[in-house]
Write a protein that binds this ligand. Sequence first.
Ligand code: HEC
Length: 104
Amino acid sequence: MKNILLIGLMAVMSSSYADDVSAGRAKADVACALCHGPNGVATLPNAPNLAGQQAFYVSEQLKSYRSGQRQNAVMGVIAKPLTDAEISQLAAWYSAIKVTVELP
Ligand code: HEC
């Protein structure tokens, strides 16, 4: 009984995570990809890569831009209208991108 409940809970959790990732991707394609790249690897020299970034870090930065605690002319404007749910989705999307690292 306990196991069935646990499996049910895990299924619910993973499906909502998958939903967040795909909602985040759809939002990022429209609002972020121009600078941060469609795959999270930046296309502008002054924009950071977001692919594989920790979800916690991405959402903390977006909330800081939104509140004005972290100041940047571009990101301040972009983060202003984002809801907490949208921030979670965007963070889920960028953190779900798998990156590999190669040392020089
Ligand atoms: C017009 C270009 C542009 C667009 C569009 C854009 N960004 Fe950015 N983003 C930047 C730049 C430039 C920075 C670096 C700002 C700074 O120095 O603080 C940045 C920084 C960030 C950071 C901080 C990364 C770090 O390493 O600290 C996050 C997170 C981020 N952007 C997320 C997003 C998301 C999510 C979207 C879409 C909703 C988005 N950005 C749209 C240009 C852009």
